[in-house]
Design a protein around this ligand. Structure first.
Ligand SMILES: *Cc1c(COP(=O)(O)O)cnc(C)c1O
Length: 278
């Protein structure tokens, strides 16, 4: 499924092109460097505390970039920004960045794996967040609960080129209507309820911030993801034994994600278990 973001990069760029991207973007950390290894692009990496470039970062990145040849071709956005805490990129900032990028001759891809979380948190439509971008990917299998699947969108011309790339990568599927049907259910019944996941994440974050060995930056909790720090590296495994699944990353960094099927009571139960196992 992840081939979709590689396909977007392959369609928008040629080997040697540069891609302006925030340093914590999924594409830099979880795709086995496909952007460089397979699309042949050089990332121009910019860091922003909330995980989303602003216009100044973008302009500075382009102005400090010594022309080496092909130059920047693609601006890569991610909404929400997973590694920055599920933070949202506003419609206004998306529009301003896209306008600037287009004026400078770049195209824009939006990695919107969690675009519906962003839309619900911001109270705007996902289509408004996507509209100024040249292409967008979104996941059906995360907050939207589909068993599998993600979607790549763009102009007719872009999609025709993407289909060609999909063939080259061996990514075409047969009988995919079965999955597509699940995807329709996901889109029709799972978007509005994302508010519940966000409320659960906020409750989790606030209560966690009151525990002694835990540090949470509450300002970064805007959707369904809670990143926090725990001083005890063995703790996520103890939580898991008692049925609370947390990702334990390096250096004490943990991630909790809320999702469909978790009740208010279960959030409280999880908090009790988390406190007891500390
Ligand atoms: C999960 C994820 C992807 C990949 O999504 P698939 O549904 O596996 O294609 C891309 N970007 C981000 C930010 C993600 O979290």
């Amino acid at each position: 499924m992840r081939a979709k973001i590689l396909i977007a990069a392959l369609v928008h760029t040629s080997p040697g092109d540069e891609v302006v991207v925030e340093s914590r973007s999924h594409v830099l950390h979880f795709e086995h460097n496909g952007l460089t290894a397979l699309a042949g692009c050089l990332p121009i990496v910019v860091t922003h505390s909330r995980g989303h470039l602003d216009l100044d970062d973008f302009d500075a990145a382009l102005e400090n970039n010594v022309p080496r040849g092909p130059g920047p071709r693609l601006l890569w956005l991610e909404n929400t920004a997973n590694l920055a805490g599920g933070t949202v990129l506003s419609a206004e900032r998306t529009e301003a960045l896209c306008e600037d990028a287009h004026t400078r001759g770049l195209v824009v891809h939006l990695d919107g794996a969690r675009i519906f979380n962003a839309a619900v948190a911001l109270g705007v439509s996902a289509s408004r967040l996507a509209a100024p971008c040249d292409s967008v990917t979104f996941a059906l299998s995360k907050g939207l609960c589909c068993p599998a699947g993600s979607v790549l969108c763009g102009s007719e011309r872009f999609i025709a080129a993407a289909r060609g790339r999909r063939k080259q990568l061996g990514g075409a599927m047969r009988q995919s209507g079965v999955l597509a049907a699940c995807g329709l259910v996901a889109l029709e019944s799972m978007v509005e309820r994302l508010v519940e996941d966000h409320a659960h994440a906020a409750r989790l974050a606030t209560a966690l911030s009151e525990l002694d060995q835990i540090t949470v930056d509450l300002e970064m909790v805007e959707t369904n993801i809670v990143w926090f720090h725990c001083a005890d590296p063995e703790w996520p495994a103890r939580c898991r034994e008692r049925g609370v699944a947390l990702s334990g990353m390096c250096r004490g960094i943990c991630r909790a994600v809320t999702h469909h099927g978790i009740t208010d009571e279960e959030i409280e139960q999880a908090l009790t278990i988390m406190a007891e196992t500390l």
